[in-house]
Design a protein around this ligand. Sequence first.
Ligand SMILES: [Fe+2]
Ligand SMILES: [Fe+2]
Length: 319
Amino acid sequence: MAMELGELYRLGVRMGMENDPRPRDEIESELHRVAKRYDALKGKERERFDKDGLWNPYPDSRLLYGDEGREVNGILWGIDIGTGEIVLADRLREKGRKIDLVMGHHPRGRARNTFADALQLLSYMMEEEGVPGNVAEGVMAPRIREVHNSTITENNEQCVDAARLLDMPLMCLHSCTDVLVQRYIENLMAEKEPKRVEDVIEALLDIPEIDHMAKLSNPPEVRTGEKGRKAGKIMVKMSGGTAGPKDMYEKLADAGVGTFICMHMPEAHLEEARKHHINVVISGHMGSDSLGINLLADEVEARGVEVIPCSGLVRVRRK
Ligand SMILES: [Fe+2]
Ligand SMILES: [Fe+2]
């Protein structure tokens, strides 16, 4: 058994949509807005339009090189893909491993150029916590601009060029698998109902990928607040692109959030969270990203495709 490249791409996007924090009609209305923008375009502008956006609501998840009809029997799957991983895949193929695709998590190529748009999801997540929509969008707008300004100046085609030279298909699925982590940890917290911050940490350590990273001296950490403090209302932020804006924490505290769980947070943001008495728990970046990838990789392996982990992916099978 094998899968076609396009089938695999669509499976990732479909699983994301099925587990997205937004309800289906919200996603459909977003796709409809993209379609309306496309319909209004003419000539060169219409040609340049990224048509995957008509059905794929994740701007940071794209098939970057390879025809959709190509057969996939084995995948070299990692969290960060660079030219090194593309060459590694080619070396392993030379040594007899079946690898027809390199899959990454953090966006590369055109998916990195539109990465900032993936932060829109965080506006919706803030709204869900009780922040008014206009405030959430207002707080997010400058942060989205900041991320955009930084990502578009990078050399995002570097590893796509390597993939093309070695004729090695390349894809990255970012928010599609981060929403799987989001759903998984939200369900876990709903089930365990942690009372104190230390109970949040214990619950996170029940996840094998996070436990694995803890054994490598990278455990979940309390970054603001204390282990013994009351957890209060918990907000899980595993999707939404990257760290949100600094002034988000004041709005979240006003909306009643007591504990904020995320994969990573810059120091300047911690200061803001501390000011507003929000407990911040870091779940660990690689362990958490691995969890989302694994939930999809299990489905891919069930279809007869071998997954070879690399570049920080802690592979755990649940099937
Ligand atoms: Fe991620
Ligand atoms: Fe990540």
